[in-house]
Ligand binder design. Sequence first.
Ligand code: DOR
Ligand code: ZN
Length: 350
Amino acid sequence: MKNSLSLDRPDDWHVHLRDGPMLKTVLAHTAARFARAIVMPNLVPPVTSAELAGDYRDRILQALPKSSARGAQFEPLMTLFLTDETTPDQITAASATGFVPACKLYPAGATTHSDSGVTAIENIHPALEAMQDQGVVLLLHGEVTDPAVDAFDRETEFIRRVLMPLVEQFPRLRIVLEHITTRDAVEFIRAAPDNVAATITAHHLLLNRNAMFAGGFQPHHYCLPLIKREKHRLAVLDAATSGHPRFFLGTDSAPHTRTAKESSCGCAGIYTAHAGLELYAGAFEQAGALDRLEAFASHFGPDFYGLPRNTDKITLERKPWTVPESIPVNGEELVPLCAGGELAWRLADQ
Ligand code: DOR
Ligand code: ZN
């Protein structure tokens, strides 16, 4: 049995860092583990221009922990929030900054802070043309918002209604279907051309939908896309651990305060950055695939983006630890995944 794991340093290809005091708290967790992270733009108001992305990037760099060596090395990769009004010129301006490798499509109303998202994919065809020409990656929250579609089927319907035609229409556009949750998504990615990939979260590897209802409704297991039934979890786990280069790590760590989660209209999002790599190590170990973790976490993402792999290392040790019940944020609390529970792997002192 392995007691120590040394990997090329990983990157997080999908994370929510928020702003203000929350940013400061969660960024320390992300920067302690990951060299780079694709930062989601669903702030209020959303990050819709190169200028807003630059301002947000500055706030992130300011909020990095000054005391740790990791703080100085972390690189935020910024994204634009696509709207019906996004123009090709805005794409060009964002791409020209050198720090916006991707843009994010939220179908309007699909999830947290997505109200000004895209109402019909045709509305952004000119922006997608520009992205395709300039090598900007399209990130997809892949769920339809049609209220007639069952909440557990929204990813599958998105693939059928939106993604399949999109891949045909934009054959050179690099596309990432984010936080996949279903066997349908796994099968789609496996059959798709090389310009189409997917990210996978730790929580979708570790939980099936029973976790949302165990002993009463569990708001800290509520995220979008919803966690699915066991056969889907197993298919996603199989994809992550298969060594297929178009499945890679994206935590979708999405912090909300305890009061925002434990509410009559609780927010979607699971916080995982406190153990952003350790949770994956647990999932891979359960699947007997620890030797596949490094490629999934550290190689396939930069390869897909056409960025260099990181050259430094990260070490995990098998030293069980108890996850805190909550993490203080500005007089409030953030409840992390596995709060109060034990995790087998921890970060070695850096
Ligand atoms: O669960 C989620 N939380 N899914 C998303 O797509 C958004 C995210 C958030 O921003 O909280
Ligand atoms: Zn997300």
